[in-house]
Design a protein around this ligand. Structure first.
Ligand code: ZN
Length: 138
């Protein structure tokens, strides 16, 4: 009872609400809890400014991730089977110099990060972190 009497005198309406406001407080808390994992990921996922220099060698990367990777032409494009559609005839190409890829069968195309994003189903930052060895999924 003392607390209830004192708080209004100090001009702190929040103190007086403390008891009555339990439902309110829990409502807010549930809201914050449901959002905080998302905010946590967005805040901690940070990519260093020199991330482009730290990307893996495209030739090595695609040798590991592309099925049926063939020999590159003079421009660096090597034929491969597209991982994004059922591809029996190597209708995709990956550029072992630049890291770009493209598919003539399903229109998939992009750079090495976009490729990694797509095969891992991760966001841009997650993919970059994964590629430069910082861990993408944390
Ligand atoms: Zn394709």
């Amino acid at each position: 009872m003392n607390r209830y009497v004192r708080n209004p005198q100090k001009g702190k309406p929040h103190g007086g609400n403390r008891g009555a406001g339990i439902t309110n407080h829990e409502g807010n808390r549930a809201y914050v809890v449901s959002l905080s994992p998302l905010y946590g990921v967005m805040r901690t996922l940070h990519i260093p400014p020199n991330w482009r220099e730290r990307l893996p060698d495209p030739a090595r990367y695609y040798a590991e991730h592309m099925e049926g990777l063939g020999k590159p032409n003079a421009e660096g494009w090597a034929p491969c089977r597209c991982p994004f559609h059922t591809d029996r005839n190597a209708s995709a190409s990956a550029n072992l110099h630049t890291g770009g890829f493209r598919c003539h069968g399903c229109d998939a195309k992009g750079d090495l990060v976009a490729f990694h994003q797509r095969i891992t189903g991760s966001s841009f930052k997650e993919a970059v972190r994964d590629l430069i060895g910082l861990g993408g999924m944390r």
